[in-house]
Structures are given as structure tokens and as C-alpha cells.
Design a protein around this ligand. Structure first.
Ligand code: SAM
Length: 278
């Protein structure tokens, strides 16, 4: 993610006349959905941040238009019926937030074919790349949501509906004045905990030393999440990425150390919380 001026972007809602027709898989016109959580916890504030542009090739566009209605959906206020979306009942479901180009998502999917994998990303070319792999390799257990993962969790998933949440190499926002944009914060940990089933697993990995320290300070702030640290032997979800992610590769080239954080949802019921739109 970077900060850019999208005033002339074809996807910038403000640059379109009201009656333009939206292509499939576009973010809706108008202000993006943003919740105000009234729970005293910290949530990322993205402010004027927008997501980098990028265009699809002609072939990718064709594939996108053909396949998005079946395997993709855009952030909305509609709760997802997971069983209906995947056309099967009772399978475990993992949400990956910030799947990027989906290299590891696609590599892991066949090894967890009995698990529903939902990749959430804002960056259309990244989703298109993952879609290409899913279509080519017949990866039936992958679905995609385009939108902000925090809003997606809050608006589209019922409490206790997920078996796992993955956040691999989230944007580190290295400058101190941007730390408030980091996705790992007390409020997001709480939100994730409410969406996980008891026993469900949150897996975060980073190659950024300062972000690792930041996360280390937060490992015990959420009472509904038990910090387990490193993958434990009977961890109920695949924790080995099989193929290193794009950003993991970039980090490794710079000799960065990869730090993995795992939490498990406790059995305690979550209290109901309210949020309002801002
Ligand atoms: C540093 S990249 C890592 C991508 C991939 N996981 C990897 O390891 O190669 C972070 C990704 O998270 C996405 N992202 C950032 N904030 C997000 C959010 N709130 N919801 C969904 N995706 C987000 C960005 O668009 C970007 O593709």
C-alpha cells in the first residue's frame, strides 16, 4: 500500500459522473465504508491513504469479468453465507487479510482443499493474479473479497464463524507518525477474536523488526486470544506457507528475520459490541 493521489484514477469514486456504470469487482462509488468502534480500543486509521493503482492485462480483464461474480465479492453490509458461497457445508474457513498477489495463498490452497480460503485484499491486480492461479489450477476452495479487511471482518462475518485468520507481512508503516495505520492493534485483535470460533487460530508474520516489536507488545492485550507464539505441533491449521510470499521474499533478500505470531481463540464467549458508521 502506498499513499498516492488517485484523483484521476478510474477507480476513484470522485472522478466519475454519478451515472457511470461500475465494472464487476469495483469498490463502490462514494466514501468507503468505515466503522466507528465504540469500545475504547485502537483501530487503524487510514485517513487519506489510498491503494496503489494498477491495471490488468486484457486477458486478466476477461478472466476477471468471467470469474468475479462466482468467486469474488466486494465489501458490503451483507453477511456472507459461507456454506452457500463455497457450495459445501461444514468445511473450516480461513480468512487471509492482505493476500497481495496471493502466491502463498495459491500454493497452500491445494494442501488444505478441505478448508475454505477467503482472500481479502484491496489491490485489484493482486486479486487478479490469485484469480489466475485459482482458475488455471482449479483451486475450488478459494474465494475473494475486495475491501478493507477490518470492515470486511466487522460487516461480513458473523461472530464465531472463522476457524482461522491470516495476516502475512502486513504493511509495516515504518514512520512513527504512520504507526496508527498498522493493522495489528488492540481493536483489530479483539475484532478478529470475536469472529474466530473457540480454538480458532490467528497467524501473523512479519519481516519488519520494529513491527515485530510492536506486535510483541500487544500479544497479551486481548483476553479472548491466548498467545501461543510459534506453531505448536497440534495447531489446527496449516502454518507453513509452502511458497514464500512476495513480501517475505523481499525481506529475506535483505536478511530480515521472519517473526511468526500465533494466537488461539479461548472458549470464553465474546460480549456483544456496537459500532456506528462514520
Ligand atoms: C506488504 S503487502 C503483503 C502481501 C502478501 N501478504 C505478501 O506477503 O506478499 C500488504 C498487503 O496488504 C494489503 N492491505 C493493506 N491493508 C489492508 C486492509 N486493511 N485490508 C485488506 N488488505 C490490506 C495491501 O494492499 C498489500 O497488498
Amino acid at each position: 500500500m502506498n499513499i498516492s493521489d488517485t484523483s484521476n484514477s478510474p477507480e476513484n469514486p470522485n472522478s466519475h459522473p454519478e451515472n457511470s456504470e461500475q465494472p464487476v469487482g469495483s469498490l463502490p462509488f462514494g466514501r468507503p465504508l468505515q466503522s466507528e468502534f465504540n469500545d475504547g480500543l485502537d483501530y487503524p486509521r487510514l485517513g487519506s491513504v489510498s491503494f496503489r493503482r494498477g491495471t490488468l492485462t486484457e486477458n486478466q480483464e476477461k478472466m476477471w469479468e468471467e470469474n468475479w461474480p462466482r468467486i469474488g465479492t466486494v465489501l458490503s453490509d451483507e453477511l456472507i453465507d459461507i456454506d452457500q458461497w463455497f457450495g459445501r457445508t461444514g468445511a473450516k474457513t480461513i480468512l487471509e487479510i492482505g493476500s497481495g498477489t496471493g502466491t502463498s495463498t495459491a500454493a497452500m490452497a491445494p494442501l488444505e482443499a478441505d478448508t475454505n480460503i477467503i482472500a481479502c485484499e484491496l489491490y485489484k491486480p493482486g486479486l487478479a493474479k490469485l484469480m489466475g492461479a485459482a482458475v488455471r489450477e482449479n483451486l475450488d476452495n478459494i474465494r475473494m473479497i475486495r475491501g478493507d479487511g477490518v470492515e470486511v471482518l466487522n460487516r461480513m462475518f458473523r461472530p464465531a464463524s472463522l476457524d482461522g485468520v491470516r495476516i502475512y507481512f502486513p504493511d509495516p508503516w515504518p514512520k512513527a507518525r504512520h504507526h496508527k495505520r498498522r493493522i495489528i492493534q488492540s481493536g483489530v485483535l479483539h475484532l478478529i477474536a470475536t469472529r474466530l470460533k473457540p480454538g480458532g487460530v490467528l497467524h501473523v508474520a512479519t519481516d519488519h523488526a520494529d513491527y515485530a516489536e510492536w506486535i510483541a507488545e500487544l500479544v497479551n492485550v486481548e483476553p479472548l486470544l491466548e498467545f501461543r507464539g510459534w506453531p505448536w505441533p497440534e495447531c489446527p491449521q496449516l502454518t507453513h506457507r509452502q511458497v514464500i510470499t512476495k513480501f517475505e521474499g523481499k525481506g529475506l533478500k535483505k536478511d530480515h528475520v521472519i517473526t511468526e505470531f500465533l494466537w488461539q481463540r479461548t472458549d470464553q464467549p465474546a460480549a456483544e459490541t456496537e459500532h456506528t458508521d462514520v
